[in-house]
Design a binder for this molecule. Structure first.
Ligand code: AMP
Ligand code: GLY
Length: 433
């Protein structure tokens, strides 16, 4: 079976490793903009090309007699790559363009949730004119401001974080209006978590819950990033969540998949990513993504005990309900090493030397190899993952691995540490009391 992986980051490296572990006889091909050494090593052949160049990707897929394709990043989903591959007769374990609007058009996503009475939708409205927007900001008082389109996780600004006050919120919202519509929503207070599921159009198989860390610096300070690291716990829950929180977020995702079909006439097939904020009133939806999270994919895919190729086939064939999708009952901690100065003024083209990383797993992200040496590109470089019975042990495995990477890089020491997790538990206890 010839399988094509589209994308060249840490997430796609994890996807590639999961396919490579399959007991099925497979040949892996990849399309990536830069040569990821981890992916390249597992591939029979690869094309260095922008993932959004739909025509070239389809041509390459056809030339390799691809049976099935998996698309890692969001940008090609928004370009309609899934639909183009399907038109060429290739099965795709990623969602089509119509249902992917859930991720790439935040205004569409919020209106869709409201229209379909999806629980957990915050108070919001979408604006294209200044006066009504300003009065809505006054009415809500404390808001998050979101451009409607894809921004690589960097366009959302929240009062109390990037926006000091209501005036700053209005000014930022007005600056977005010049380019398109703006979503204004209530500022939710709580703890964030990620729930991902495999989806075959109708059925969902849930993965272990993960908490990502968006801020660049320790203690959740500094600018937002694509995600500096993440952890998961055994038992399909996180220490600050209740089992009711987990159940209601699962229900929200099931309702969303059903409503997507009703709304668009297209079945959602592929990984669905729910970003939630658990508040004193239970989980609310921050956003949905039409793909795995990066880093979250690296927490969950290594735990997958079921053959991932069977999962991919079940998603495209609509038979997930008859597949027993299992994950090993372990904790994981994933941490990213990133270039100095990331995300605002990162250094580039600096060598990273990987020493003895012990039991940790290693995933290459935005690096390239030249003459057998690994160099940074300015984005998140290398992720390491510890897997153990407890978060604390998994953290030590990941941390030890990071300490054996050398180069012009930094990372967050605190992700997965007890003190940070205790703070989250305390925060939720306070909010719920
Ligand atoms: P997004 O790009 O939608 O994931 O948003 C980036 C970050 O902004 C999220 O991870 C949250 O921390 C924050 N955020 C987004 N929407 C809200 C909201 N309604 N209330 C509070 N924080 C939010
Ligand atoms: N880790 C956040 C994302 O992949 O969107």
């Amino acid at each position: 079976m010839n399988i094509l992986v589209v994308g060249g980051g840490g997430r796609e490296h994890a996807i590639t490793e999961a396919i490579a572990r399959s007991k099925k006889e497979t040949s892996i091909y990849a399309v990536m903009s830069k040569k990821n050494p981890g992916i390249a090593r597992r591939c029979k052949d690869f094309l260095l090309e922008k993932e959004t160049n739909v025509e070239q990707v389809v041509e390459f897929a056809l030339s390799k007699q691809t049976y099935l394709a998996v698309i890692g990043p969001e940008a090609p989903l928004a370009e309609g790559l899934t639909d183009a591959l399907q038109d060429a007769g290739i099965k795709v374990a990623s969602p089509g363009k119509r249902v992917s609007q859930l991720e790439f058009d935040k205004a569409w996503a919020r209106n869709f949730m409201k229209k379909n009475n999806i629980t957990g939708c915050p108070l919001f409205d979408v604006f294209s004119d200044k006066e009504s927007m300003e009065s809505f900001i006054d009415k809500l008082g404390n808001v998050a401001i979101k451009p409607s389109g894809l921004t690589g996780g960097k366009g959302v600004k929240v009062m109390g974080d990037q926006l000091p006050d209501k005036q700053a919120a209005k000014e930022y919202a007005i600056s977005i209006l010049e380019k398109g519509s703006v979503v204004v929503e209530e500022n939710l207070k709580g703890e964030e978590f990620t729930l991902q599921a495999f989806v075959d159009g109708k059925h969902l198989s849930f993965m272990p819950i993960v908490q990502d860390h968006k801020r660049a610096y320790e203690n959740d300070l500094g600018p937002n990033t694509g995600g500096m690291g993440s952890y998961s716990d055994k038992g399909d829950i996180l220490p600050f969540l209740t089992s009711e929180d987990v159940e209601s977020s699962k229900r929200i995702m099931e309702d969303t998949v059903r409503a997507l079909w009703k709304e668009t006439g297209q079945e959602y097939k592929g990984t669905l990513y729910g970003q939630f904020m658990v508040t004193r009133d239970g989980p609310k939806v921050i956003e949905f993504n039409a793909r795995f999270g990066d880093p979250e994919a690296m927490n969950v895919l290594p735990l997958l005990e079921t053959d991932y190729v069977d999962v991919l086939v079940a998603m495209v064939d609509g038979t997930l309900d008859s597949l027993d999708v299992r994950f090993s009952n372990k904790a994981t901690v994933c941490k990213y090493a990133v270039p100095s100065g990331y995300p605002e003024n990162p250094t580039r083209d600096r060598e990273v030397i990987v020493g003895d990383i012990g039991k940790a797993l290693l995933f290459y992200s935005s690096v390239y190899d030249k003459d057998g040496k690994i160099y940074t590109t300015g984005s998140r470089a290398i992720a390491v993952v510890g897997i153990a019975d407890f978060i604390e042990e998994a953290e030590k495995v990941a941390q030890n691995a990071l300490e054996n990477l050398s180069g012009d890089i930094y990372y967050r020491n605190d992700i997965g540490k007890d003190i940070l997790i205790k703070r989250r538990i305390e925060h939720m206890k306070q909010l719920r009391s």
